[in-house]
Structure formats: C-alpha cells, structure tokens
Design a protein. Sequence first.
Length: 316
Amino acid sequence: MERADHPMAEFVLGIDGGGTKLAAVLENLQTGEQFSLSTDGGINSIIDDPEDSRRHLRSMIEDIVILLSAKEGTLSGICIGSASVMTDYEKNHWCEELLSQSFPGVPIGAVTDSRIALEGALRGEPGAIVIAGTGSISLSKDSLGQMKRCGGWGSLFGDEGSGYWIGCESLRAVAKHWDGRGDATLLTDRLLEKLQVSTFEGIIQKVYGEMDRKEVASLSVITGECAADRDPAAMQIVEEAGAHLACLASTILEQTVWESKPLLSYAGGVFRMGEQMKRSFLSHLGPWNSVLTEPHEQPAYGAVLLALRMKEAARY
C-alpha cells in the first residue's frame, strides 16, 4: 500500500526592502511559526544602482527558496515594502516581476517601506507612524483602510528632521564655526575625528567626494553624542529635528478622520539618538503625546500582515 503524499506546509512571505539591508519573515499558516532571514545590501533603485538592487533581491530570493525547500513549504502570498516603490500596490514594479519569476502564480504586492512600517508597528490596527531614518515621512491609516501621507519628499525639498537633515545641519554648524560666523562647537572636533581629517577642507573633500546620503545621515550619531554632552549647537539641531518630526506626526493625525482615539508610533534610527530627541519630539507633539506607543513589530512582519490580506483577497 502506497503512503499518501505528505501535504506541503503553507507560508506567506513579508520582505522589508530597506536601503542598506533586506529582512524577510516567512510565516507558517498552519502552526504560526515564523522564520526570519536577512541579507546585506538594500533595494532603493531610485537613488542606488538598479542592478545592485536587483542583485540583492535575487540573493534574498535564493535564500527563501532554500528555506522553503527545507521546510517542505509553498507560498500563498507575498508582500514586499521598499523605498523604490512610490505608491502602494504599484503595478508591474520590478520587485514584483522579479519575485513572480521565482514564485509564479503567487499573489504578490509591492508597497512603500513606510506602509509596512505602519502595519508592523501597530499590528495592522488604524493609526499613524512617523519614520525618521535617512529620510523622514509620516503615514496614517483610518478604520476604513484609507491612507494619508505627510512629508517624505526627499532631501532636496523635504526630509526635515531625518538623519540626513541632522547630518547636513551639523556640517553647517561646523562650517560656521570654522569661518568664525558661528560659536565653537564640539561637532567640529568630533566630525574631524569621525572622518579622519584634520581640516574643514578635508571634510569638504570627504563629503562631496566620497559620501552618499546614507553616510551623511550616519553623522547624526555624532550629533546625538554631542547633544548628550550638552553642546549648544548639537542640542539646538536635535531640538529642531524633534520639532520637525512632531510636526509631521501632528499634521497627519489632524488631517485623518478617526472613529476613536488613534495610535501613533515611530520608527527609524533618529529615534535611537538619545533622550533629548525623545523629549523634543514629545514636547512638540502637544496633546497628541498621549496616543504615542512603542512599535509592536518590525516592518517585515507588517509585510506579512499585508501578504495575508492578499492571500485572502485572492480567494474571491
């Protein structure tokens, strides 16, 4: 008597296509068990080399295929969030096309990176999020699933309060100190040391010749350290950054119609800069600070929740 075929385990896949790395979560729909994967290299094809972005995603797909094979699993829904996606469920996005080549017939959706951050932080519930990493943006979802955004317009005419904005403001403070147009600041010596140069001219060569937006944004760590050491210039920059981010949050909360008291969460490296950033953000939120909550889950899990919805929608 032949043994019946062993049934395949059913999974959904969520991918967080960040600017510097990819993170993925596979969830077993029968057991609820989750498996996490990550790989170096981001997928923002708008500002990075598109071929690099494709190569990084292919590498992640290969790892996912291997894991699915080991778990004797099959996929029934995929969602990927990325900064290279301009609008949720963008049709024929290259991420979607690349995934469909490896997983034909599986419902696939490509959404913005801010959307999966919102879904993960609030576990799919209505509310809002302000995100401050290299860039900055706020996003809200009402009880009907209607979305609104504020900010996120890039470094040329937006991204106030972001890591890149803080890095640029810190460089401006150092330039003014170097010229004699501004007060002395700890930022000068700390940035000279960080960039391994001895003059402001050396900083110019480094920044304009070698550094991209992410690397300029990484200077915000130095700003946070100087603010913790009570440097006036750094403290002022952090205070203004908190005010900008609070403005993004309060604006989106006020523009959204809520049936009940909403939740507000946050994400991004800027919120890990130190206590002054948190204090500034909270103080400028005003009455909205009572709805602030820590993020519950990572963005990749937010993508899992959206993949589940896509699976259910595909049944009808």
